[in-house]
Design a protein around this ligand. Structure first.
Ligand SMILES: Cc1cc2nc3c(=O)[nH]c(=O)nc-3n(C[C@H](O)[C@H](O)[C@H](O)COP(=O)(O)O)c2cc1C
Ligand code: SF4
Ligand code: SF4
Length: 270
């Protein structure tokens, strides 16, 4: 089957999931000769409707790993928005060099339930949203070579007379969410923490514009809504004026720097 379109779909508060989606989509388009389309799930308005994909589309769907699973506040939106019709999909997770946990299986199950047929799946190590020191520089040249080889191997399956869904463990219940730890090894409790604006804030409003939860008030720049600690606002602030100062959050980032700088392997399922 020659796909009509290669569709890159990502939720990507700090850009790595989108980077993976674009890299894979470009390779798949070159390999199949199909045109590319891009879909973002970042903002509430981008998740308001339904995205329907046809049998002759080829979708690359990329989500970050949060606490060893799909982002828990977003997974219901992903399940509602993404609709396939026997549509082939590459299921990809971006994880921050600690562990992909069980997110890839959760992503595969969610996409299959939405009418997609997985050809392959990959958990790709990336820079951690919480600190550049963890997964620094990833995806790097070695990762890109692995990602492109994965894209080609998955796309080659489209040449078969019939699409066979990927074989993976559909039976074992999903692992529980990871409990983040502080530097002293105790649980880090930062569920309620929210970023604040420092004195050098120019009130430009970028942090409000990029928040995937629509939680930042455009006028007060306070965060009355739910904060998922995605770091979109922190990384998008042009002044470096948006920060999370919560002690447990900072201690968790220190713990990650202490224990998770060694190069984590990517996982590929084909
Ligand atoms: C709230 C939160 C939880 C995270 N949990 C994990 C995790 O369990 N394992 C891991 O390796 N990386 C974890 N990360 C890092 C992200 O998976 C990684 O930074 C990913 O590249 C983010 O995707 P994005 O750049 O598209 O936003 C977490 C990041 C955030 C913001
Ligand atoms: S993005 Fe930064 S400078 Fe702009 S309003 Fe937000 S905190 Fe202030
Ligand atoms: S306020 Fe929280 S949820 Fe919104 S962009 Fe910032 S870190 Fe993400």
């Amino acid at each position: 089957m020659k796909p009509r379109r290669v569709c890159a779909v990502s939720f990507s508060p700090t850009g790595k999931s989108e980077e993976l989606a674009r890299l894979l989509s470009a390779e798949l388009a070159a390999f199949t000769g199909a045109a590319q389309s891009f879909f973002s799930l970042n903002l509430p308005r981008e998740r308001a409707g339904v995205l329907r994909f046809a049998r002759d589309d080829l979708v690359v769907a990329v989500s970050p790993v949060y606490a060893g699973r799909l982002p828990n506040k977003l997974a219901p939106d992903f399940a509602r928005v993404l609709r396939g019709d026997g549509t082939p999909v590459l299921a990809v997770c971006a994880f921050g060099n600690r562990s992909p946990g069980d997110a890839l299986r959760e992503w595969l199950l969610l996409l299959e339930a939405g009418g997609f047929v997985p050809l392959g799946a990959m958990a790709a190590a990336c820079r951690h949203a919480f600190t550049d020191d963890v997964g620094r520089g990833r995806p790097d040249a070695q990762d890109r070579a692995e990602l492109l080889a994965f894209a080609r191997a998955a796309a080659a399956k489209l040449g078969a007379p019939e699409l066979f869904p990927l074989a993976y463990d559909r039976e074992t219940p999903l692992a529980p969410y990871y409990t983040p730890l502080r530097a002293d090894g105790l649980p880090a409790k930062f569920l309620k923490a929210k970023p604040v604006c420092l004195e050098n804030c120019t009130r430009c409003g970028v942090c409000a514009d990029v928040c995937p939860m629509g939680s930042v008030d455009r006028d007060t720049l306070e965060t009355p809504g739910v904060c998922i600690k995605c770091q979109a606002c922190v990384r998008a602030c042009p002044e470096g004026a948006r920060v999370l100062t919560d002690a447990d959050f900072l201690s968790h980032a220190a713990m990650l720097r202490e224990h998770f700088t060694a190069r984590a392997a990517n996982t590929v399922l084909l």
